[in-house]
Structure formats: structure tokens, C-alpha cells
Write a protein that binds this ligand. Structure first.
Ligand code: PEP
Length: 261
């Protein structure tokens, strides 16, 4: 049986309730013929849309994620959202440590670790984002950076929970409007580094942890990225925010992913 393929998008702070519901409904409809036993399709919209989003599409069609989460269940944390609140809505995934959380909002690896542990303890899938900055890349510190982010971010994770752990490799210099997409060779090489670190942490059980690539994936480079041996899925921003466009990328890459050993 071929491996599960992971394709998803973080909507950042763009679509409101109406646009999110329209987008999800359309995406679910466009992709309804694709058997979900081989494809995990997921969307991570903004917090305020989550309840309507969950009602709009079943999780058998599209898994839904939150873009962030506080690690405590409740307390004096004004402006934060707790795991219990997200459980109540029926959210599947918690995205942790997106580069904007780290580099704009100032989160560090120890914060991400508390969120990873809390997400897993509350039964969510934890999607930990890692990636080096341009400066770290230029100083030849990419591998060390990835290793540090993973070793701290995943510290204390119990082996029994790694079936719900996903990693996204998102080099900071490749993300967003000013991003330069990583070459397929570079991305694959860093995915191999990540898989090595995961293997060091969890042994051969780490083989099941999907590592997704994100950073300026677009209709031109999606297929060549999908061909690479260490890339298990794509985590897409701008190019997936239109349901028709995302559907095209899904249909172009899914068979490529499926054919890989
Ligand atoms: C992202 O922000 O996680 C991302 C991958 O964005 P984009 O595809 O737009 O670079």
C-alpha cells in the first residue's frame, strides 16, 4: 500500500468566516472523487472561522487546524485560545511554530515544545513547523538550526503519540510574498536531515512521521517537489487559497506522491 499523502494550506490572517466557508465548501466539492484513504487534505483557517468551518465540511473530507494554541487549558492568558476550546469545536490539527509565530510574534523553541506536548496530550495532531532563516543558511547553520528546533520542540514527546506528529519544513527565506522557493534538491536534503534527527529521537518508529515542505510552493514547482524521495506532502500558502488552483495542484501532485516507494 502506498504511503499517505499530505496536502494542506494555512490561510494566515486572510479569509473571514464567509470566505473560509465558501472556500472549504468549494474545495470539498472539487475533490470529492479523490479517495481519502490515500490523501489527507487539511486547511488551517483563522480562529474566528473555525466553528463555521467545522460545520461547513466534515473532517472525512477536510481536516481542520488551528494556527496556534496556548498550552494551558484555562487561565489568566488574555487573548489566547486553549486546547479545551478547540476540542469543543472539533478541530483536528494544531499548527505550532509557524515562522511568523517565531519571528514576528517572538515565540521560541521552548514555547513550541509546551504547545506540542499540550496538543498531543489533548488528542490533536501536532504540526510543528521548523526552518532556518536566511542568515542561518548563509552561515551554514541550517542543519544545526533544524536539529535544535526539533530536539527542543519535541523534547518529552512520548513514542506512543508520534502517530499524531507531523513536521513541516518551511525555510523562513522561502515563505510568503518575498520568499524564494527552495530548489527541490535543497528541500529534499533538508528533509533528509529532519528525518535523521527524528530517527535519533524516536528510532525506526519515526519513519511514520510525515515531513511536509512549505515555502512558495506554486503550480510550476509543486510536481518536482512531489517527486523528491524525502518529501511526504506539501504545506502551501498563497497558491492554495483559491479552491480551483489548489484542486489543480492536488490533482497534479497526488499521483506523483502515490507512485513513490
Ligand atoms: C506559509 O506561510 O506557511 C507558506 C508556505 O506560505 P507561501 O506558500 O505563500 O510561501
Amino acid at each position: 500500500m502506498s504511503k499517505m499523502v499530505y496536502l494542506g494550506s494555512n490561510l494566515k490572517m486572510y479569509k473571514g468566516v464567509k470566505d473560509t466557508v465558501e472556500f472549504l465548501t468549494r474545495l470539498s466539492d472539487l475533490t470529492k472523487d479523490i479517495d481519502r484513504s490515500g490523501l489527507t487534505l487539511f486547511i488551517i483557517p483563522s480562529y474566528v472561522t473555525l466553528e463555521s468551518a467545522r460545520k461547513a465540511v466534515p473532517n472525512a473530507s477536510i481536516l481542520l487546524g488551528a494556527q496556534n494554541m496556548h498550552w494551558e487549558e484555562e487561565g489568566q492568558f488574555t487573548g489566547e485560545i486553549s486546547p479545551r476550546m478547540l476540542q469543543e469545536i472539533g478541530i483536528d490539527i494544531i499548527e505550532i511554530g509557524h515562522s511568523e509565530r517565531r519571528h514576528v510574534m517572538g515565540e521560541n523553541d521552548f514555547d513550541e515544545n509546551k504547545k506540542v506536548l499540550s496538543a498531543l496530550n489533548h488528542g490533536f495532531k501536532a504540526l510543528l513547523c521548523v526552518g532556518e532563516t536566511l542568515q542561518q543558511k548563509e552561515l551554514d547553520l541550517s542543519d544545526e538550526t533544524l536539529s535544535t528546533q526539533l530536539k527542543i520542540g519535541l523534547s518529552g514527546v512520548d513514542k506512543k503519540d508520534i502517530g499524531r506528529l507531523w513536521i513541516a519544513y518551511e525555510p523562513v527565506w522561502a515563505i510568503g510574498v518575498n520568499g524564494i522557493p527552495a530548489s527541490k534538491e535543497y528541500a529534499d536534503e533538508k528533509h533528509a536531515v529532519i528525518k535523521d534527527v527524528l530517527c535519533g529521537l524516536f528510532g525506526s518508529d519515526a519513519d511514520g512521521i510525515p515531513v511536509l515542505y512549505g515555502g512558495s510552493v506554486n503550480p510550476q514547482n509543486a510536481e518536482e517537489l512531489a517527486e523528491m524521495p524525502n518529501i511526504d506532502g506539501l504545506f502551501i500558502g498563497r497558491s492554495a487559497w483559491d479552491a480551483e488552483g489548489f484542486n489543480k495542484i492536488i490533482r497534479a501532485t497526488y499521483p506523483i506522491f502515490q507512485k513513490k516507494p
